[in-house]
Design a protein around this ligand. Structure first.
Ligand SMILES: [Zn+2]
Length: 107
């Protein structure tokens, strides 16, 4: 009965549900290393964030990562993630624009 659904995940900052591929995954590996996972396939506990720096900042402020990853996140980890996030966000938006099939909202 139901149409096949695209897997959706919630941004930990703004709580918006989005197709998984439009979110950036932050993963805490079994070794405890926290990093951005662009493949979405790395093992570990993940937190999803829509590709907005504002959401990253909100997640940092509200400690949403700590909650989602169930681990404390050190300030230097945040700094590193933020740098990476800004870089990734550029590529991410570019990749999305290049795919160009369903990018006409918000215009
Ligand atoms: Zn968000």
């Amino acid at each position: 009965m139901r149409p096949r659904k695209i897997p959706q995940r919630k941004c930990v900052a703004c709580q918006e549900m989005m197709p998984k591929k439009e979110l950036i995954r932050i993963v805490r590996s079994p070794q405890g290393d926290i990093q951005i996972d662009l493949t979405g396939k790395k093992p570990g506990r993940g937190a999803y964030l829509c590709g907005k720096v504002s959401c990253f900042k909100l997640a940092k402020k509200s400690k949403a990562f700590e909650r989602a990853l169930k681990a404390p996140v050190a300030p230097e980890i945040y700094d590193r993630l933020e740098q990476d996030f800004i870089k990734v966000e550029d590529e991410f938006q570019a990749a999305k624009a290049m795919a160009g099939d369903d990018d006409d909202d918000g215009k």
